[in-house]
Write a protein that binds this ligand. Structure first.
Ligand code: IPD
Ligand code: CA
Ligand code: CA
Ligand code: CA
Length: 255
């Protein structure tokens, strides 16, 4: 099944790369919450093709038309383009993300960076891979960490809190980055390209696919206060390794 999903996600990457000048940009909840016709096109393609792999599976994607929440059985959790603003601007840092859950537990994760053609994937219990090579999280403490963070552009109060927290993190870590794709941020932690990532509000489709990859790469993730995550809830998110997460919780609790 993993290979079938990988092939489908690779084809979705071709749709992403076929985008011309007319992206068909529309506003959703506000002028900074954007969607393009490619988000919808890729989601429709994934829904149709993934349904052929598992006809009974539910479909739970960012751009609607599927299930509104997870129930038992199989469920695909899909972000057709994670990093829509980057896609619109040609910033070339976005992801196509598919997670498969069974009875609300992630069993497969596939995340494609279609600009660099980097494919991250994992199957429960079988390790995590980037383009066929095994990946692992780093073991850096915060002092040696490159830290990634996200901020939802239309949640200003939380953005303010995030920037305050990030100032404190910045002085303790090597450096901080805001890339604009939560799925890629988490995959970068899984691959040891960066060491810690957090965001104060995130939706399940942003993290589902990448989180199985992170787990299989030896990483840990929780809400920022240390509570467990749930695929049915909008929550905060932090991931890293045992050492830098412990130090992150201390910084967060001192806010
Ligand atoms: C967004 C990206 C961004 C994160 C936002 C998400 P979208 O997803 O993952 O990095 O900071 O919270 O909403 O809307 O581009 O799929
Ligand atoms: Ca969006
Ligand atoms: Ca997203
Ligand atoms: Ca999206």
């Amino acid at each position: 099944m993993l290979n079938q999903i990988i092939e489908i996600v690779k084809k979705a990457g071709e749709i992403y790369r076929s985008a011309g000048d007319d992206l068909g940009i529309c506003e959703k909840s506000s002028s900074v919450d954007l969607v393009t016709k490619y988000d919808k096109k890729i989601q429709d393609f994934l829904y149709t093709e993934l349904k052929k792999v598992l006809p009974d599976a539910q479909l739970f994607g960012e751009e609607g038309d599927g299930n509104k929440e997870l129930t038992d059985g199989y469920c695909f959790i899909i972000d057709p383009i994670d990093g829509t603003t980057n896609f619109i601007k040609g910033f070339q840092h976005s992801a196509i993300s598919v997670g498969l859950a069974k009875d609300k537990e992630l069993i497969i994760g596939v995340v494609l960076d279609p600009d660099l053609n980097n494919l991250y994937y994992a199957e429960k219990g079988k390790g995590a891979f980037l383009n066929g090579k095994p990946i692992h999280v780093s073991d850096c403490n915060i002092e040696k960490s490159l830290v990634l963070f996200g901020t939802c552009p239309y949640e200003h109060e939380l953005a303010h809190k995030t920037f305050k927290l990030t100032e404190d993190v910045f002085y303790k870590a090597i450096e901080v980055r805001r890339g604009g794709s939560a799925a890629l941020d988490i995959c970068y932690i899984a691959a040891g390209k960066a060491d810690l990532y957090y965001e104060l509000i995130i939706r399940p489709w942003d993290w589902a696919g990448a989180t199985l990859i992170l787990h299989e790469a030896g990483g840990i993730c929780t809400q920022v206060n240390g509570d467990e995550l749930s695929l049915n809830k909008i929550t905060s998110y932090v991931c890293g390794n045992e050492k830098n997460l412990k130090e992150f919780y201390e910084i967060y609790n001192a806010q």
